[in-house]
Design a protein around this ligand. Structure first.
Ligand SMILES: [Zn+2]
Ligand SMILES: [Zn+2]
Length: 347
């Protein structure tokens, strides 16, 4: 069967290859993959950034893909409660279940966490066997292309509902207009935010337009003063902010845009130190929270949320390509000429 793999530990080197059919082991579910998204992590794997090469140490060729959905087609001998033929979302994180952090329920901090598509083989393939605990059945009518966004939606749900929860009526600032930023917009709306401001840069014009269409106040920070734009919506400042840009230059303006006592969630991964002055933070009792991926139970919330926002999720999928066009998929991602790029084995 076909799969998309990183074939060598060097930049580029992502190809369609032929791999063996998986065995469905005890406790596993065999998934026939319907759709899989690409994200910034995949781009970093393609570039073979130093931090990726150090943290994710796969054997080669290594099958990519941590954002995928598919149909359950076979169950391991002891698996119950999962219907065969059902579209399912897959939590790509395998946690040890025994360490201090797993016992706290904070699975993202597991000391032995392994991620499909990063440490172990991923879901950009025709079929994959995964632990039954990682499988979340979806309603029967679910569109696989919308469902391909459930993994990054779960990241947003973790930040907006669990790490830095907002209250109904809050004004929310989201830094970054990429897929993760817009998923924060959708979850914040679902959680009752009064207004959500999405901040991007000039190169994000198409993304900001989509944010606006989805109900955000969209701000191009290169054309407009962000602080003034936020104060027009919320004179005291935003109640909550999330950085989904992963750019170190975003943190100071995000903090400045918060009201006194406001909270900032760090979702994007900055690769350089972020400069900010701590005095206003101390005087205004603002708070900063790290947000890493999600916990296992976050999937229970995100799969329910996804069912209610399928049309919006589908709008975030701007490109659907066959495996043979993986090179073009990465080019789109690299040049930010897309929102979410989804690869399908069948198209
Ligand atoms: Zn991802
Ligand atoms: Zn653990």
């Amino acid at each position: 069967m076909r799969a998309l793999a990183k074939t060598r530990p060097q930049p580029g080197s992502i190809e369609e290859i032929v791999v063996a059919e998986p065995e469905t082991g005890v406790g596993q579910v065999l998934i026939e993959v319907a759709a899989g998204g690409l994200c910034g992590t995949d781009l970093a794997i393609r570039r073979w950034d130093d931090d990726i090469a150090a943290e994710y140490a796969p054997d080669f060729p290594h099958v990519l893909g941590h954002e995928f959905v598919g149909r359950s087609v076979a169950l391991g001998s002891d698996v119950e409660g999962i219907e065969v033929g059902r579209l399912v979302a897959v939590n790509p994180h395998i946690n040890c279940g025994r360490c201090y952090y797993c016992n706290l329920g904070r699975h993202a901090l597991c000391l032995e966490r392994r991620i499909m598509g990063c440490h172990i083989a991923g879901g950009l393939t025709e079929r994959i066997a995964v632990p039954a605990d990682n499988v979340f059945p979806l309603p029967g009518h679910t569109d696989p292309l919308a469902a391909a966004l459930i993994e990054p939606l779960t990241v947003a749900a973790h930040a907006v509902l669990e790490r830095v929860p907002l209250a109904a009526g809050d004004t929310v600032l989201v830094m970054g207009a990429g897929p993760v930023g817009l998923l924060h917009l959708l979850v914040a709306q679902a959680a009752g935010a009064a207004e959500v401001i999405v901040a991007g840069v000039a190169a994000d014009a198409a993304r900001l337009e989509l944010a606006q269409k989805l109900g955000a106040v969209a701000v191009d920070q290169q054309a407009e003063d962000l602080q003034a734009a936020v104060r027009r919506v919320a004179p005291r400042g935003a109640d909550v902010a999330y950085d989904a840009s992963g750019h170190e230059a975003a943190l100071e303006p995000a903090l400045a845009a918060l009201r006194r006592g406001g909270r900032l969630g760090l979702v994007g991964y900055c690769h350089a130190p972020a400069p900010f002055h701590s005095l206003p933070l101390a005087l205004d009792e603002k708070e900063i929270f790290g947000c890493r991926a999600y916990y296992r139970d976050t999937w229970l919330r995100s799969t329910t949320l996804a069912a209610g926002m399928a049309a919006e999720l589908r709008q975030l999928v701007t490109h659907v390509l066959p495996y043979a066009e993986v090179g073009q998929a990465f080019e789109l991602l690299d040049r930010r000429q897309c929102m979410k790029v989804v690869l399908c084995p069948e198209t």
